[in-house]
Design a protein around this ligand. Structure first.
Ligand SMILES: [Zn+2]
Length: 68
């Protein structure tokens, strides 16, 4: 199986693709976005809006992404 590779730092592996919540929060304390990025160089693969369904930015084709 081919592991996904970061286009910026070329590190390989799904484990290096992480998501973090935005600092912007609603009154209820929920983060507005999930930001999916490389844990080595910070390259952003995409941003998911947590309120609506589906990604707001199209992700490159990756076999799996860990979602919280
Ligand atoms: Zn990277």
């Amino acid at each position: 199986m081919v592991e996904p590779k970061c286009p910026e730092c070329e590190i390989q592996g799904v484990k290096h693709i992480v998501s973090s919540e935005s600092d912007e929060r609603s009154k209820g304390g929920d983060a507005w976005f999930d930001i999916v990025h490389c844990d080595q160089c910070g390259h952003v693969y995409g941003v998911f809006n947590k309120v609506s369904l589906g990604p707001t930015v199209e992700l490159p084709k990756l076999p799996q992404i860990r979602r919280p």
